[in-house]
Design a protein around this ligand. Structure first.
Ligand SMILES: NC(=O)c1ccc[n+]([C@@H]2O[C@H](COP(=O)([O-])OP(=O)(O)OC[C@H]3O[C@@H](n4cnc5c(N)ncnc54)[C@H](O)[C@@H]3O)[C@@H](O)[C@H]2O)c1
Length: 274
């Protein structure tokens, strides 16, 4: 028996087998979830996402293109899912983008308006846009669902709480994402809706998006030195926490940002290097 048996949902944000979304989907699949995937319609992304699905044992995935910056594209994804499945139990939002020219030390104060608003649009507003479309599907009963409800998660980083040189405008977008989580959790948690919204704040990880952040190697090195557990978190540890947040194990938890960072965020002043 899996923790996600009978649950169906959408995972946004797989680019390859290094993506945090890949680890999340892999663990959800292992726990019995039925998953639909999307790909950003650029380059060889469709092929890459298919390959990533195969590597977790899903050979014929439900796969639809999605540019989350487009309302029409999101309407198509959720509309197609509704037609094919009728109900929705969970959504994984694991997407972000900011112009990497401004993700470098001492570049935050140079950020132009379109880069700032674009980062917030792709990395934070899209959570709200997906939640709007998920809500009516989560209100439908069917399958093994006896009452309305669902769970939504998204991915953040500590640079949304404290200044992290190089993370810059992405830190602003993450602060926005984490607070969007709380406002959504408050409204969608109301009786009769019963939709929970939570955030995972994960440590630095070498992915396509991660590679765009200036100083990523230093962030990893510093986490290994300064975190409570003296290491970085793994992708599987993020996937396990996602299973907890999307399963009934966390039925009383909403609006939270859970750090999966080997105890990095609790440390104020790390020990001096001798
Ligand atoms: N890598 C890290 O160090 C780290 C740390 C903490 C949090 N995160 C967060 O984890 C999430 C996933 O990133 P990742 O590190 O796995 O990198 P990734 O590059 O594997 O994933 C980012 C995904 O965002 C998608 N995306 C970008 N713009 C999009 C759009 N307009 N519409 C639809 N999809 C779009 C990309 O296609 C890609 O699949 C992001 O929110 C990221 O900020 C990453």
């Amino acid at each position: 028996m899996g923790l996600m048996d009978g649950k169906k949902g959408l995972v946004f944000g797989i680019a390859n087998e290094r993506s945090y979304a890949w680890f999340i989907a892999k663990q959800l699949h292992e726990q019995g979830a039925e998953i639909g995937f999307t790909f950003l319609p650029i380059g060889k992304m469709e092929h890459r996402v298919k390959k990533a699905c195969e590597s977790m044992g899903i050979s014929d995935p439900w796969l639809v293109e999605c540019d989350a910056n487009s309302d029409e594209s999101l309407d198509t994804v959720f509309g197609q899912w509704d037609k094919d499945h009728g109900t929705l139990d969970f959504v994984v939002h694991s997407i972000a983008f900011a112009d990497k020219d401004y993700l470098k030390a001492d570049m935050f104060h140079q950020t132009p308006r379109n880069v700032y608003t674009g980062a917030i649009d792709t990395s934070a507003y899209t959570l709200l846009a997906m939640s709007q479309r998920a809500l009516p599907l989560m209100q439908k009963t069917g399958g093994n669902k006896t009452e309305p409800g669902g769970a939504i998660i998204n991915m953040s980083y500590y640079g949304g709480e404290k200044v992290t040189p190089g993370y810059n405008v992405m830190g602003i977008a993450k602060a926005c994402l984490e607070h969007t989580t709380r406002y959504l959790a408050y409204e969608l948690g109301a009786p009769g809706r019963n939709v929970r919204v939570n955030c995972i704040s994960a440590g630095p990880f070498k992915t396509l998006a991660g590679a765009g952040v200036g100083g990523m190697d230093k962030m990893i090195e510093y986490q290994e030195y300064a975190s409570s557990m003296k290491r970085c978190n793994t992708g599987d540890e993020v996937g396990d926490t996602a299973v907890y947040l999307l399963s009934d194990l966390s039925s009383g938890v909403t609006g939270e940002t859970i750090h999966v960072d080997a105890g990095f965020s609790i440390v104020g002043v790390p020990p001096h290097k001798d």
